[in-house]
Design a protein around this ligand. Sequence first.
Ligand code: ATP
Length: 231
Amino acid sequence: MIVVKDLKRYYGSGETTVKALNGVSFEIKKGQFVAIMGASGSGKTTVLRILALLDDATDGEYTIRGLQVSNLPEAERSYYRLTQVGYVFQDYALINEMTAAENVYVLSMMEGKSKKESYKTALEALDKVGLKDKHDRIPDELSGGEKQRVAIARAIAKKPDIMFADEPCANLDTRNSKQVLEVFKDLNDNYGQTIIMVTHEPWHVEYVDRVITLEDGKLVSDELIEESGSA
Ligand SMILES: Nc1ncnc2c1ncn2[C@@H]1O[C@H](COP(=O)(O)OP(=O)(O)OP(=O)(O)O)[C@@H](O)[C@H]1O
């Protein structure tokens, strides 16, 4: 589903050039739940942002479902970002003045769907993350884990091809992190959602199918994880 070939991302020029990604290649199959791991500064966020079309590569190719997204004109990239890709960030990126349901359906309304249809989709998405009964709460009335689950509901409401998550549990305690990871795992197991998640927590590995590890902008290991049954 995703093919990445010799991806490079350099920042700056001359002697001060930072090679954030220095020739990374891998393929990700539809329905995989992949963790991208590695030390701070190894290039994890950079690779995620490029695949999520939030940044451009310096060199290399990447295709999503056979579409050479690296070469798409900006208007198509923007449409793709809005409609085909789900994002979950560490700071939730919710709108404080809106309820959970409104935060979820705002994107769908931007696509031109009716309020009634958007609301129905939002409630279904909130149900999938276990928060249907809190649909009318504003973010300040929710725990960190619940806010992150609203952000996940917002991402899945548009039924994305791929969901990208950058350190989604960075601001959460263990209990809330587990709830968020269980939601991801459920979406992956029961709905075949493809998920690419950046994390630096070793214990998160038990929730994923595969771990790609980066070091200094290069891929240093790529492991399939056996289901332990404990997650
Ligand atoms: N906009 C930028 N300008 C210059 N250098 C950058 C920029 N963004 C990232 N870098 C550098 O690229 C390298 C990789 O950064 P990246 O954020 O991908 O690492 P990371 O593995 O996600 O790190 P962390 O775990 O700390 O978030 C780092 O050396 C970083 O300083």
